[in-house]
Design a protein around this ligand. Structure first.
Ligand code: AMP
Ligand code: GLY
Length: 425
C-alpha cells in the first residue's frame, strides 16, 4: 500500500509511526510533515488546505490510501475530492464533517438520535441571544456555530462574560463568519473524557478513551490550549465501559448520519462530560485529538493500516483490534510564551537521549530542521510519551525523557495525569 498522511503535528507523527509498523505498507508520504516524520516518511511540501495539490500528488504517485489528520481539509472536502479521483481517503465527506464544522448541526443531530447532551438554542440575531442569556443567567456556554480553531467556545461564569462573548462573536466577528450564528447551551459540570471510534459508515469499533489537559498551567489553570498532555486508559471511562459508551454516543449518530444519506466514515471523537446525571455529549470532532492520538497509538497492538482500510471498504463489522494493557501518557513541550505568543527559532538538543529512555517515544509537532539542528517552529513543539504497566510508571518514563531534552526555550506541565493518579490511576 502507498499511503499519504496529511498534516504536520504530533498526531500525524504518531500516525506515521503506527503505519510504519504495518507489513502492508510499501511507501509512506506525509504532507507537509515535520522533521520527526521525515525519519519515517517522505515529506512533501504541500499544505493541508491545498486540496487540489494533494489530489494531484496522490494521483501522480498512485497513492492507495490518504490518512487525513486535521479537520479543516475534511470540512473543505478533501475526502470528496480524493474519491472523485478514485483514491480512498479515511475521513468523512464534507457533508459528514459538519459533525465538527457546525455546532448547531451536532446539537440537532444529538437530539434527533436521542444522544444525551446539554440543552441548547441557536441564534442568528444578537439581540435575541442577549435576551436569552439575561433570561437564563449564568453559568452559561456560548459557542460560535462555525469552525473557530477550537477557540470559539466561552464557558461564561457570569452574565456579563456571556454578553461580551455575543458582542465579540456576532458583532465584532472575531471568528469571522463562524460567529454569524451562535449556540447557547446549558453549562455542564463534571470531568471531561474523550471517546474515539473508527467508523465505516455503518459499523464502528472503539479506539479507546483518553483524557487531555487543555489549560496551559499546572493544576489546570491559565488560558486554554490545543492540549498540554493526555493519557489512557482513564478511570472515568475505563476500557471495560467503552462498549456501552459506543452504543450511546457513536452508533446512534452513525445510524442517523446514514439515514440522512451522509454516512460518517473515519475517526469520530466524542467529547463527553461525566456529570452527576451520567455522560453527556459536549461535541464531536471528525478526527483524532492531538495529543490523544499519540497515547492511543502507543496502546494499539494491531495493524493500524489494515484497520483504516477496513473502514474505507465498509468492513469494520468483521474487524477487531488488539490493545496493549500498558498505560500511555503524553507530555506536550511547548515554546515559551505559548499559547499567546510562542517564541520560535530556539534550538532543541539531546532528542536522541530522550528517545533512548526505555518506554519513551518522542513525537515532533512544531519543529524545523536547519543545518542538522532542530529548532522550535510553533506553539506545541514536541509530544514526549511514556508507556508503563501503570499510569504512574508511564508518567515517570515520560518525564524522565522530558528531563533529558536540552531546550531552554521550551516548557511543559509537570502534572499530566494528576486526576487519574489522584484516584489511584
Ligand atoms: P468544544 O469546542 O465544544 O469542545 O468546547 C471546548 C471546551 O469548552 C470543552 O472541552 C469544554 O471544556 C467546554 N464546554 C463546551 N461545552 C460545554 C458545556 N455545555 N458545559 C461546560 N463546558 C463546556
Ligand atoms: N486535544 C484536543 C483536540 O485535539 O481537539
Amino acid at each position: 500500500m502507498r499511503v499519504l498522511v496529511v498534516g504536520s503535528g504530533g498526531r500525524e507523527h504518531a500516525l506515521c509511526w503506527a503505519l510504519s509498523a504495518s507489513p502492508l505498507l510499501s511507501k509512506l508520504w506525509c504532507a507537509p510533515g515535520n522533521p520527526g516524520i521525515a525519519a519515517l516518511a517522505e515529506t512533501v511540501p504541500i499544505e493541508v488546505m491545498d486540496v487540489a495539490g494533494l489530489v494531484a500528488f496522490a494521483l501522480a504517485q498512485s497513492v492507495d490510501l490518504v490518512v487525513p489528520g486535521p479537520e479543516a481539509p475534511l470540512v473543505a472536502g478533501l475526502t470528496d475530492a480524493m474519491e472523485e479521483a478514485g483514491i480512498a481517503c479515511c475521513g468523512p465527506s464534507r457533508a459528514a464533517a459538519a459533525m465538527e464544522g457546525s455546532k448547531s448541526f451536532t446539537k440537532e443531530l444529538a437530539d434527533a438520535a436521542a444522544i444525551p447532551t446539554a440543552a441548547w438554542e441557536r441564534f442568528d440575531d444578537a439581540e435575541a441571544a442577549r435576551a436569552f442569556i439575561r433570561r437564563r443567567g449564568a453559568p452559561i456556554v456560548v459557542k460560535a456555530d462555525g469552525l473557530a480553531a477550537g477557540k470559539g467556545v466561552v464557558v461564561a461564569a457570569t452574565e456579563a462574560e456571556a454578553l461580551a462573548a455575543i458582542d465579540a462573536m456576532m458583532q465584532a466577528r472575531s471568528f469571522g463568519e463562524a460567529g454569524a450564528s451562535v449556540v447557547i447551551e446549558e453549562c455542564l459540570e463534571g470531568e471531561e473524557v474523550s471517546l474515539f471510534a473508527l467508523c465505516d459508515g455503518t459499523e464502528a469499533i472503539a479506539l479507546g478513551a483518553a483524557q487531555d489537559h487543555k489549560r496551559v498551567g499546572d493544576g489546570d489553570i491559565g488560558p486554554n490550549t490545543g492540549g498540554m498532555g493526555a493519557y489512557a486508559p482513564t478511570p472515568v471511562l475505563a476500557d471495560a465501559d467503552l462498549a456501552a459508551a459506543m452504543d450511546v454516543f457513536v452508533r446512534p449518530a452513525l445510524a442517523e448520519m446514514a439515514r440522512r444519506g451522509t454516512p460518517f466514515r473515519g475517526i469520530l471523537f466524542a467529547g463527553l462530560m461525566h456529570t452527576a446525571q451520567g455522560f453527556k455529549l459536549i461535541e464531536y470532532n471528525v478526527r483524532f485529538g492531538d495529543p490523544e492520538c499519540q497515547v492511543l497509538m502507543l496502546r494499539l497492538k494491531s495493524d493500524l493500516l489494515a484497520a483504516l482500510l477496513a473502514a474505507c471498504q465498509g468492513e469494520l463489522g468483521h474487524f477487531d483490534l488488539r490493545w496493549h494493557e500498558d498505560a500511555a501518557l503524553a507530555v506536550v513541550m511547548a515554546a515559551r510564551g505559548y499559547p499567546a505568543d510562542p517564541l520560535t527559532g530556539t534550538p532543541i538538543q539531546a532528542l536522541e537521549r530522550a528517545a533512548a529512555v526505555p518506554g519513551a517515544q518522542v513525537f515532533h509537532a512544531g519543529t524545523r530542521a536547519v543545518d542538522g539542528q532542530i529548532l522550535a517552529a510553533g506553539g506545541r513543539v514536541l509530544t514526549v510519551c511514556g508507556s508503563g504497566a501503570r499510569l504512574a510508571e508511564a508518567q515517570r518514563v515520560a518525564y524522565q525523557a522530558v528531563d533529558t531534552i536540552d531546550w531552554p526555550g521550551g516548557f511543559c506541565r509537570r502534572d499530566i495525569g494528576w486526576r487519574a493518579l489522584a484516584r489511584g490511576g
